[in-house]
Design a protein around this ligand. Sequence first.
Ligand SMILES: *[C@@H]1O[C@H](CO)[C@@H](O)[C@H](O)[C@H]1NC(C)=O
Ligand SMILES: *[C@@H]1O[C@H](CO)[C@@H](O)[C@H](O)[C@H]1NC(C)=O
Ligand SMILES: *[C@@H]1O[C@H](CO)[C@@H](O)[C@H](O)[C@H]1NC(C)=O
Ligand SMILES: *[C@@H]1O[C@H](CO)[C@@H](O)[C@H](O)[C@H]1NC(C)=O
Ligand SMILES: *[C@@H]1O[C@H](CO)[C@@H](O)[C@H](O)[C@H]1NC(C)=O
Ligand SMILES: *[C@@H]1O[C@H](CO)[C@@H](O)[C@H](O)[C@H]1NC(C)=O
Length: 332
Amino acid sequence: MSSTPPSSLLVLLLCLPSLMLPLPALALTTSRRLLLDQFWPRHLPHSNAPRSEPAAGYFPPTDGGGDQLTQAPGTNPPAGEPLNVILAGTSDPAVLVDSGLDGGFRNFFLTSDELSSGVGFAGECLGQHEGAPQTANLGDGNGYVNETAVLRWDYTDPSLGTCRETVLGGNHFRYWRQDGKSANSSAVFMATSYEMPIAQGHNIVVNGYNLGRDWLVGNITHSPIDTDALTNTSTFSGTVSYAGFVYSTSISYVSGLLANTSVGVNHGSTVGIDGKNALDGLVAVLDVKITTTPKNATSKKSAAVPMSAPPPPLRGLLPALLLSLLFGAISL
Ligand SMILES: *[C@@H]1O[C@H](CO)[C@@H](O)[C@H](O)[C@H]1NC(C)=O
Ligand SMILES: *[C@@H]1O[C@H](CO)[C@@H](O)[C@H](O)[C@H]1NC(C)=O
Ligand SMILES: *[C@@H]1O[C@H](CO)[C@@H](O)[C@H](O)[C@H]1NC(C)=O
Ligand SMILES: *[C@@H]1O[C@H](CO)[C@@H](O)[C@H](O)[C@H]1NC(C)=O
Ligand SMILES: *[C@@H]1O[C@H](CO)[C@@H](O)[C@H](O)[C@H]1NC(C)=O
Ligand SMILES: *[C@@H]1O[C@H](CO)[C@@H](O)[C@H](O)[C@H]1NC(C)=O
């Protein structure tokens, strides 16, 4: 599907404002429950009884009747995108909260310029959201649910950089929380991919699922990840900071959650070419701990970090801003 920039712009402008809702803040839990997961019968008819938090910090979705692939809307036969990054439930509880405040998930993924050293993903362009949501079933008893939100690589500009991503393409991820009552790990499952510019219909670049995952990990480690050299024993670590919070991240690549395949994968035949599969079958599991909390952490003023919805006055400026961005981008 390709479309000319003017009609793409129209689509972009007609998009409804994001319906992103903040997830309810999760209660902080420090108690360690017994690790009964290993004794839980697997691949049996799914029970809604709660399972204890696994040592890995997430439950494999297929154990609870779910899928490690999302479902992309309008695909026939049904196809989905790999949930190829997991923020483990063993992470600092504050990082598992979908918030830009108090060291939350969105703060971890933000960055600004060379002075900061964050990961570099922010909410969608001026709170706009394009397209129908993807759905995922994390096997937690909630069935298929809409994505929570999309974060896009912000080209080192947290306020307008995701508008560039929307027009020019780039790295982005959709995410879901595994918090249903039968498998409540609080882990965040992320479908990461590197997409083409809007003028090329936002298809995924060659090898764009594996590369999107590894560029995101590289943004955490500040060092390139060699995608072809990865195995299920690869581990990395990195330190990033934003707004005074310092995060230490351990990354492990694991196999067994995703298949090494192109079957059932959205855009699978154009992402995996030259005899290579679209997916290498690896998932990057992030365990993120906050090592420094700034003294001003609970100040209301920390609301200065950009969130998904723009302040109301911005909405009137949206068409003009997008026009200038689009044509600025095209004349590059
Ligand atoms: C999921 O998204 C669709 C399309 O935006 C919407 O119609 C539907 O109500 C959403 N479902 C839930 C449970 O929010
Ligand atoms: C999931 O766990 C979190 C944190 O322990 C808790 O706040 C939440 O209520 C739980 N949700 C369900 C559906 O049990
Ligand atoms: C950080 O992300 C950008 C955008 O996806 C990518 O071009 C860059 O290579 C990444 N950095 C590393 C070190 O992987
Ligand atoms: C790692 O992958 C190999 C096959 O390449 C497999 O035999 C092994 O069981 C995997 N190990 C783990 C821990 O998943
Ligand atoms: C995926 O499968 C291909 C063969 O189809 C193999 O060459 C490659 O090493 C596998 N990748 C991983 C990470 O196991
Ligand atoms: C809190 O302090 C840090 C430095 O420790 C600073 O980077 C950050 O911008 C401050 N946040 C607010 C909201 O003032």
